[in-house]
Design a protein around this ligand. Structure first.
Ligand SMILES: Cc1cc2nc3c(=O)[nH]c(=O)nc-3n(C[C@H](O)[C@H](O)[C@H](O)COP(=O)(O)OP(=O)(O)OC[C@H]3O[C@@H](n4cnc5c(N)ncnc54)[C@H](O)[C@@H]3O)c2cc1C
Length: 319
């Protein structure tokens, strides 16, 4: 693939790269190239060049919400992550670059004596990926305290969007579907003592079954299915893990893919399992819940590339 249009940009390009290197599931075949952008200006220039040269690309953050196909994909991946936090504070407003690790953002807020992001402690991924997926825990979502975002639009313009204008929903936002790329985000937070915030951090990190580096030992992408919206079949119960456990999906395995012993909604793998094994195991799990409760579980993890047995209703494998 000819990427000479990027020659004068300060980007790192890895060619013919397995997606397993860039996803917390540690699975996935090759893509033509992974382009790492180290700041928002370079990201903007890269994306604009790719669009001008009609080179298809997909944007990825840390790859912690993605199951990539064993066949890889034929699109270039633009990766926007930063090892270091890129954050500014003005009074009770903090503004972060989308590449900032989410846990670092939450820790920064706590160190600044600002409350509102404590549920984000210990969630892997970038601030951009979290806003795109409206990440959350403990009944809170990242959009709760979001004030505005700056996005790069498909026509290369930059727009500032107030949160009130963005239709966020459970684990979803327009940014997962409309091609807008999050560059920065501002949060309006509430003062609280640092001691109280640090105590909250300790508590959340202790409570979370899967901490920041959990995926290093158990490759996964967190919860595989979304929690269930209340319906007559779901009753008061909403955690997908509860339905999976009741339906007998807790101890399932398929080749090396298996449910994590302590959490039925997490799929992990070992012993040479493939992404296809993970995908097929997830179909089995969903089928068990369907058979017992007549509830259709909805995947939270995004699929990248093509899998055997994909339903006609599945997206084409790209976003
Ligand atoms: C061990 C573990 C625990 C987890 N726990 C939780 C949890 O408690 N709660 C929760 O909600 N999630 C959880 N997750 C899932 C995951 O961490 C979150 O979904 C995270 O927010 C994804 O961020 P990312 O940068 O990795 O995004 P990616 O996986 O790289 O991408 C996900 C989507 O976001 C889009 N995206 C990424 N960056 C941008 C951007 N700058 N602009 C526009 N779109 C963008 C991508 O195009 C893609 O559609 C967990 C995952 C793991 C591995």
């Amino acid at each position: 693939m000819d990427l000479s249009c990027l020659n004068d940009l300060d980007v790192k390009i890895e060619r013919d790269t397995p997606l397993s290197r860039h996803t917390t599931f540690k699975l996935g075949g090759k893509c033509p190239a992974v382009i790492e952008c180290r700041d928002a200006k370079i990201l903007q220039a890269t994306v604009t060049r790719l669009r001008d040269h009609r080179i298809d690309f997909l944007l990825m953050g840390f790859g912690s919400n993605i199951l990539a196909s064993d066949n890889g994909c034929d699109k270039v991946i633009v990766r926007y992550t930063s090892a270091l936090p890129l954050i500014q504070r003005e009074e009770n407003i903090i503004t972060t670059d989308a590449a900032t690790p989410l846990d670092s953002l939450a820790a920064y807020a706590a160190d600044a004596g600002l409350d509102g992001l404590t549920a984000m402690f210990g969630i892997p991924g970038t601030a951009g990926g979290a806003i795109a997926g409206n990440a959350g825990a403990y009944g809170e979502q990242i959009s709760d305290h979001l004030q505005s975002v700056n996005v790069l639009r498909k026509d290369s313009s930059i727009a500032t969007l107030p949160t009130a204008s963005i239709p966020f929903s459970y684990r979803d936002s327009p940014f997962k579907h409309n091609g807008d790329i999050l560059l920065t985000a501002s949060f309006a937070l509430t003062p609280l003592t640092k001691d109280a915030l640090h105590a909250k951090r300790d508590k959340v990190l202790k409570e979370r079954k899967f901490k920041l580096d959990f995926w290093q030992h158990y490759p996964c992408a967190g919860s595989f299915f979304r929690n269930v919206a209340p319906t007559s079949n779901a009753g008061q119960r909403r955690a997908a893990g509860w339905f999976l456990e009741q339906a007998g999906a807790k101890d399932l395995c398929l080749n090396g893919a298996r449910t994590y012993a302590e959490h039925a909604n997490i799929i992990t793998h070992a012993d040479g399992a493939t992404a296809q094994d993970v995908y097929e195991l997830s179909l089995k799990m969903a089928a068990l819940v369907k058979a017992k409760f007549d509830i259709d579980l909805v995947r939270e993890v995004r699929l990248l590339g093509k899998f055997k047995g994909m339903a006609a209703s599945d997206p084409k494998g790209y976003w």
